[in-house]
Design a protein around this ligand. Structure first.
Ligand SMILES: [Zn+2]
Length: 248
C-alpha cells in the first residue's frame, strides 16, 4: 500500500470511528425517545457531562480503562466496539468501492443498519426513523443510477411484498412490520437481485446462529431478524454482484 492509500484509509477509519461514537448515542437514545443531537454527552450512571478527552473514539475508553472519571462505574465495552466496528466497516467499503458516489451512500446505510441491529437485538423493534433514513439514501443513490431505475424499483417490492403477505397471513406473528419496511428500503438501495440474495443469506445466517442457540436453550423461539438482515445486506453490497454474475 503506498502512502497516499494509507492516508486515505487512515482518514476513512478516523471518520468511521468518529461517526461510530455518534452511533452509540443513537443506540442509547433512539429507543428511549431522547434527542440524539440536543442533549450533551453524559455518563449514563452519574449524569456527569463528558469532557472532550473523554469523547475520543476507542482511545478514551482505553485510557479511562473502561470507567467513568466521575463515578468510576463501568462503561460498557459496547462503546469502543461499535466505534471500531464502524471504522472497520467504512474501510472495507472503501476498499470495495474506492472514492465513488456509491461509497458515500453505502457508509451511512451500513452505519444505520449497525444501529438498527443493536436496537433490534435489544428491544425487538426496528426504529421507523432508521427505515426512513435507509429509504432516503436509496432514493438519493438512485439519482446516480437513473438509467437502471426499473431494477431498483423492483427491488423495493421484491422481498417486502412477500414478507408483507406473511405478516398479514400470520396475523402479525410471522414477521415484524419493521422488517418489511427495512427490506423495502434496502431493496430500493440494492436492486431486486441483490435484495433477494441479501434476504436469502439473512435467513441462512439466522438459522445457522439461532438453531444451535435454541438447542442449548440459550435462546427462545423468537428471533430478532435485524442483525441477520444487516449481515445479508452487507454481504450483498460487497459480493452480491460477483455471486449473481456467476449464477446467471
Ligand atoms: Zn459517571
Amino acid at each position: 500500500m503506498d502512502s497516499i492509500a494509507a492516508l486515505a484509509f487512515g482518514t476513512v477509519f478516523v471518520l468511521g470511528i468518529t461517526v461510530g461514537s455518534f452511533l452509540n448515542v443513537c443506540i442509547l437514545r433512539i429507543p428511549a425517545g431522547e434527542s440524539v443531537v440536543t442533549v450533551p454527552s453524559h455518563c449514563v450512571s452519574c449524569g456527569k457531562r463528558l469532557h472532550w478527552f473523554e469523547l475520543i473514539p476507542v482511545l478514551s475508553y482505553l485510557f479511562l480503562r473502561g470507567r467513568c472519571l466521575g463515578c468510576k462505574s463501568r462503561i460498557s465495552a459496547q462503546y469502543p466496539l461499535i466505534e471500531a466496528a464502524n471504522g472497520v466497516i467504512w474501510c472495507v467499503l472503501f476498499q470495495h468501492y474506492g472514492p465513488e458516489p456509491d461509497f458515500l451512500f453505502a457508509c451511512p446505510l451500513c452505519s444505520a443498519l449497525l444501529v438498527m441491529s443493536v436496537i433490534d437485538a435489544r428491544t425487538r423493534e426496528i426504529p421507523p426513523g432508521i427505515n426512513l433514513f435507509a429509504l432516503v439514501l436509496g432514493a438519493l443513490r438512485l439519482l446516480f443510477h437513473l438509467s437502471e431505475w426499473p431494477q431498483y424499483a423492483a427491488g423495493f417490492f421484491a422481498v417486502s411484498v412477500p414478507l408483507l403477505l406473511v405478516l398479514i397471513l400470520s396475523g402479525g406473528k410471522g414477521i415484524g412490520g419493521g422488517d418489511v419496511k427495512l427490506m423495502a428500503a434496502c431493496g430500493l438501495f440494492l436492486g431486486w437481485k441483490e435484495i433477494l440474495l441479501a434476504f436469502f443469506l439473512s435467513c441462512l445466517f439466522g438459522t445457522a446462529v439461532h438453531l444451535p442457540r435454541m438447542a442449548i436453550g440459550k435462546a427462545g423461539k423468537g428471533l430478532a431478524l435485524g442483525p441477520y438482515l444487516f449481515a445479508g445486506v452487507f454481504f450483498a453490497l460487497m459480493w452480491g454482484n460477483s455471486v449473481i454474475n456467476k449464477l446467471v
